[in-house]
Structures are given as C-alpha cells and as structure tokens.
Design a protein. Structure first.
Length: 267
C-alpha cells in the first residue's frame, strides 16, 4: 500500500505546499479537505495543483453532518468537488444528534434516510460515498455511527461501488469485532486511514492523534487484515494534534514517510 498525505496532517500548509512536500518525499497520494480546496481557488484550481505534482487524489474530506440544516445542498456540492478533483471517494462523517435532541435511534435513521437521498446523486457523478465510523466519544456531536459494523449495516443497502466504508485506525482499533468486520468489508473499503492513539487525551479530544508509532495502536495486524480484504489503495495519514500542526510541515511529512516505512511498508 502506497502512502497518501491527508491535508489535515499539515493543517496550516497550503495545498501547493502539501502537494510539493508529498512529491519531494516520494509520496504518490493526497487526500485534501474541502477547506484547503476552497483556499486553493476551488476544485478545478486544486486539481491543477495536484496534477502538477502527479499525485493521486485518494479521497475528499468531508461530506456528512446530516444533522445540520442545509446538509443536502452541502453534500451535493461536496460530491461535485470530488468529481472535479478526480476523487473516487467522498468521506462521510455522518453527524451527531440534532440540537436539543437525545434521540439516538432517530439520528441514526436520519443517516439512513440521507444516504437514500444522496447516493443517486453521487453515483451519477462516479463518486462513492465512504462512511467513516468515529470513536464512540464523538457520538453526540460528530458521528452516530461508531463501529465498522454499523457502517457496513448502512453501506450494504447499496451496491459496493456506491457506498463504501473507511477504516481509520484511530477510530476503530479498540473494537473487539474489528477483524471480523474488516473481512466483511471486502470490496467496500474506500479508504484506509492511519494515525496513533496518544495519551494523555487532550482537553480537546479531537486532537488526540499522533504519528504512527507514538501511541497504543498495533498497526501490522490491522494493515494485514485490510490487505486480506482486498484493499489495494493508498494509506492516508490523517493526524489531528496541535503539536503536529505547529511543527514545520516539511519535518512532519518527512516523519510521516519514515514511520510509514517502519510500520506499514514502502512509500
């Protein structure tokens, strides 16, 4: 599996800088976030930058947040951006509970209903929707889909080329059913994202991700399971951590490539 730089890892770098650093480190993929695409002048301008460095767009982050008013138009715009970028996968962080609600089953049904509405639009544009389960601590505000099994339950209502799932080590490493669910996900793994679970958990729990090898996760068994399930795409490194963001992005990307060689495989 080749390496891809998710632009969240170098949060303060421009798309041009991120793409250049990826290419300089022998990295062949990039996974941009929509804010970085917008800052580059939109999807067409962003694609020109990415193509200039001969990088593959491994995914676009993100769609979803189906609990927020105006979600359909925003997700359709995200699909359009993915199509222009040449991204075959649009990562969905499905969203949490609507404001003032404690109805978790209702929020999960809202996700199912949203997929029914969005899948035809995405399929017509050659973009697969990739459901990303998030760790349960994000259930209330970010993702009412917490396990790979839950993501697959939703995805299996659609053809494999229409809806897939994301295996993100940070979010799923703890799951006692993980390896069985990865095997079940054969043909539906849209993205394999990696970073480590580092302690102590910061006050902003979102920022508890570290470089591969700095935390608690054993990557080899997960990577092997993903490969056995038939995934042959890139490995995206997606890190949310203030110290990583504040570091020199050139050093961050170099460390990322070094850790990939040590824990995953050749860049």
């Amino acid at each position: 599996m080749k390496l891809s730089l998710n632009t969240a890892t170098v949060k303060y770098a421009s798309l041009e800088t991120a793409a250049r650093l990826a290419a300089e480190n022998g990295i062949t993929g990039i996974g941009p976030w929509r804010d970085v695409v917008a800052a580059a002048g939109g999807a067409a301008a962003a694609r020109k930058i990415i193509d200039g460095y001969a990088l593959t767009v491994t995914s676009l982050c993100r769609g979803g947040f189906f609990h927020v008013p105006g979600w359909l138009a925003d997700n359709q715009a995200a699909v359009d951006e993915a199509a222009i970028l040449g991204a075959k996968e649009l990562v969905l962080v499905v969203g949490g509970l609507p404001d003032g609600s404690k109805d978790l089953p209702g929020a999960r049904q809202q996700v199912a209903d949203a997929l029914d509405a969005l899948v035809p639009y995405a399929a017509d544009r050659g973009v697969r929707l990739a459901i990303e389960p998030l760790h349960p601590m994000f259930c209330a505000d970010r993702a009412v889909v917490s396990t790979l099994g839950q993501a697959l339950d939703l995805a299996e209502n659609f053809a494999p080329h229409e809806v897939g799932v994301v295996v993100d080590t940070y979010h799923v490493w703890w799951d006692p059913e993980l390896f069985g669910q990865i095997a079940r996900a054969a043909g539906r793994i849209s993205a394999y994202q990696v970073c480590d679970w580092v302690l102590p958990i910061p006050a902003d729990a979102l920022l508890g991700r570290g470089h591969v090898g700095d935390g608690c996760i054993e990557f080899a068994p997960i990577t092997e399971a993903v490969a056995r399930a038939g995934y042959t795409g890139h490995v995206e490194v997606e890190i949310f951590h203030q110290a990583v963001w504040d570091a020199d992005p050139a050093a961050t990307v170099a460390t990322m490539a070094e850790r990939h060689r040590a824990y995953i495989g050749e860049v």
